[in-house]
Ligand binder design. Structure first.
Ligand SMILES: Cc1ncc(COP(=O)(O)O)c(C=O)c1O
Length: 391
């Protein structure tokens, strides 16, 4: 791993675990058969594919047949929303609900669905990015067919109460999809006892390879297929199956299971150290993560523009130059930094939104990294921050 910068961007992606790399290797070379071929080479590949599916499915408490492999979280979200929406339209349901704080893979898919005739409502979120039950009940309609609300917010770390939100949907016969990419395998999630019909996951957030994810489709849920081709993935996604990556995905899940409990505690304690360090050294810090209701590895802060002005572009560049890799959720559009839609959704004005920093910790993060990161952030804020009244 490149140690030149301190890496606190594990929510963006993680390095592949060496054990995952080792597990995948034979499936690129020795066991190279096409999993759909009926001969011995194909059968060997198929066996590995299905074994991996069993492992990933078991992590979620679901049947292997309910797990559709995809190319990642983005494709899983597209498949869930477009596939379910097209199927629901046949039953006269054309209203969809999602929140303003979802990942772009959900929001842009919803924009596409609007362009082909669906109606989408975006309920408010609270100041930590969570949808409250009353936000949801207030927007449901007779023709609502699908609700999509994420588990852990990828920028803030805050958790939605998917049990309560899913129950509301189930009571009204509405399908409930959840993007659980950021919490999957990092905390135990048993979908067999949650009111969730569709759930998206991705391997590269848990030290697995990039380019593979999966969608949980509860048995009996109708999804209109839109990737046509061969009959792979039970006829739901044409295309030669990616056996090496599926093996890597399963290995990554097993590695997470082995370290999960102690790792969660370690991450929680380092996040506290980070928060305490930042609060001690920097004034005007705004904590955007609901610390008591969040995944353990994310801390999101911003700086109240009414007190201190931080130039968002200068912030990210200066942190990088000073040796810290973090992100802030802003999108770079036509050369200028657009504030993160999540920061705006939780009520920040644009300058405060642009000053956000997302720290996301992982298994190679050390206490020393945290101490160093605190010093770097404090130094950069001192250098580029301007008291609001001088502007
Ligand atoms: C919450 C969430 N959903 C979806 C995605 C997209 O996943 P992938 O990169 O596997 O397409 C991400 C990754 O950034 C994410 O954090």
């Amino acid at each position: 791993m490149n140690r030149s910068n301190i890496y606190l961007d594990y929510s963006a992606t993680t390095p592949v675990d060496p054990a995952v790399l080792l597990a995948m290797q034979p499936y690129f070379t020795d066991v190279f058969g096409n999993a759909s071929s009926v001969h011995a080479h194909g059968r060997k590949a198929k066996a590995a594919l299905e074994r991996s599916r069993e492992i990933v499915a078991a992590e979620l408490g679901i049947y292997p047949g309910e797990l559709l492999y995809t190319s990642g979280g983005t494709e899983s979200n597209n498949t869930a929303l477009i596939g379910a929406a097209l199927a629901l339209r046949k039953h006269g349901k054309s209203h969809i609900v999602t929140s303003k704080a979802e990942h772009q893979a959900v929001l842009e898919t919803c924009e596409f669905l609007e362009s082909i005739g669906f109606t989408v409502t975006y309920p408010d979120v609270n100041r930590y990015g969570a949808v409250e039950p009353e936000h949801l009940t207030g927007v449901l309609r007779d023709d609502t067919g699908l609700v999509s609300l994420m588990h852990a917010n990828n920028e803030l770390g805050t958790l939605n109460d998917i049990r309560t939100l899913g129950d509301i949907c189930r009571d009204q016969g509405i399908l409930f999809h959840s993007d659980i990419v950021q919490s999957f395998a990092k905390m135990p999630i048993d979908l067999s006892e949650l009111p969730v019909d569709l759930a998206s996951i991705s391997a590269h957030k848990i030290y697995g390879p990039k380019g593979i994810g999966a969608l949980y489709i509860r048995k009996g849920v109708e999804i209109e297929r839109f990737q046509h081709g061969g009959g792979q993935e039970r006829g739901r996604r044409g295309g030669t199956e990616n056996v090496p990556l599926s093996v890597g995905f399963a290995k990554a899940v097993e590695c997470m299971q082995q370290i999960r409990e102690e790792e969660r505690e370690r991450l929680r304690s380092m996040r506290t150290q980070l928060l305490n360090g930042l609060t001690e050294k920097i004034e005007g810090l705004h904590v955007n993560t609901d610390i008591s209701n969040s995944v353990d590895h994310i801390l999101n802060v911003s700086f109240d523009a009414a007190k201190i002005l931080i130039d968002g572009e200068a912030l990210l560049m200066s942190l990088d130059t000073a040796g810290l890799s973090v992100s802030n959720g802003s999108a770079c559009t036509s050369g200028s930094l657009e504030p993160s839609h999540v920061q705006l959704a939780i009520g920040h004005d644009a300058p405060t939104a642009k000053s956000a920093i997302r720290f996301s910790l992982g298994k190679y993060t050390t206490g020393g990294d945290i101490r160093h990161a605190v010093d770097i952030v404090a130094g950069v804020i001192q250098k580029i921050g301007r008291p609001a009244e001088t502007v």
